[in-house]
Design a protein around this ligand. Structure first.
Ligand code: ADE
Ligand code: ZN
Length: 334
């Protein structure tokens, strides 16, 4: 292990862009399918993993939504979340803000309560037993209508004490942020913070409208902002963080080679970018693997790594004093 890899392992970090359904490893998927008497369309973990080759976001989403189908009971959601938290702990993640897609469960007849209660119970255990603090993000599927998303958001009301923010994910192209203006207004009324995927596959115009129409507090991905200098300045002026996902970008062909990944350019332009795993079970690695991949390919310096790790806390929804505490812990380790 080289010096940079040692530094990456040593530093406590936050993860801010993680779909809990995307952390569903095939081994656990088979175990849960078995106990729920569900037949998977693959006869082994290996043959399922062999399908994880994607030309774009949509090809991935089709497989990801299939995997979700085996989740049925509160315990299934607990086990899924707990398995992620153990991986996070192994990577020295001390704070995580995870998304889940309520509609991929409700449309199969699984209630929002079942999903949230299972995830939340694991998150409480994560804090008590692993020392990992966390927030939950209620993420709506943008390929569905705004009406459907509004109806789903109402189901969050009994659980507002367990939810920090609203998110927007799924197929980006042809589903611009402004389609969800009322949804984000409603989220604001409910006291939720707001994030949205923007500029992963979609054009800079989608990043502009996520910021100026949806009034988001943080940008998920945001890669394509780099095509528009005025937009880069706007993001900096608003002090918004970009939750960047290098191995996801590689697997979904947002970049053709990890050596072309824009994370270093983002830092050099003064953007608050940080590193996440997105859907680690599908994209070949958890958060440290994402750091290792770009550190190696882009020859990142120790200063770059420290900046990325610090940005992971400053971009979080922790309080200012909690953030300062994490930053001083990092400084003590340097
Ligand atoms: N859902 C899960 N992962 C996603 C991604 N990378 N982009 C959009 N929707 C997603
Ligand atoms: Zn994502």
């Amino acid at each position: 292990m080289n010096k940079i890899q040692q530094l990456i392992r040593k530093l406590p970090k936050a993860e801010l862009h993680l779909h809990i359904e995307g952390s569903f490893e095939p081994e656990l998927m088979f175990a849960i399918a078995k106990r729920n008497n569900i037949d998977l369309p693959h006869d082994s973990v290996e043959s399922l993993r062999a399908t994880y080759e994607f030309n774009n976001l949509q090809e991935f989403l089709d497989i990801y939504y299939q995997g979700v189908n085996v989740l049925q009971t509160e315990q299934d959601y607990y086990d899924l979340t707990w398995a992620y938290l153990l991986k996070a702990q192994a990577d020295n993640v001390v704070h995580t803000e995870i998304m889940f897609d309520p509609q991929s469960h409700t449309e199969r007849g699984i209630s929002v309560d079942t999903a949230i209660n299972g995830i939340h119970r694991a998150l409480l255990d994560g804090q008590a037993k692993l020392g990992i603090s966390s927030f939950l993000i209620f993420s709506l599927l943008r390929h569905l209508s705004e009406e459907e998303c509004l109806e789903t958001l109402e189901l969050a009301i009994p659980h507002l004490d367990k939810i920090k923010a609203i998110g927007l994910d799924s197929s980006e192209m042809d589903h611009p942020p402004e389609k969800f203006t009322k949804l984000y207004k409603r989220a604001e009324e409910l006291g939720l913070l707001k994030v949205a995927h923007a500029g992963e596959e979609g054009p800079p115009a989608y990043v502009w409208s996520a910021i100026d129409v949806l009034n988001i507090d943080r940008i998920d991905h945001g890669n394509r902002c780099l095509e528009d200098d005025k937009l880069v300045e706007h993001i900096k002026q608003k002090n918004l963080t970009l939750t960047v996902c290098p191995l996801s970008n590689l697997k979904l062909q947002v970049v053709s080679d990890i050596k072309q990944h824009p994370i270093k350019t983002m830092l050099d332009k003064g953007l608050n970018a940080m590193i996440n795993s997105d859907d680690p079970a599908y994209f070949g690695g958890y958060v440290n693997d994402n750091f290792f991949a770009v550190a190696d390919a882009l020859d990142l310096s120790e200063e770059d790594i420290v900046q990325l790790v610090k940005n992971s806390f400053t971009g979080s929804f922790l309080t200012e004093s909690q953030i300062q505490e994490h930053l001083s812990q990092i400084d003590k380790l340097l």
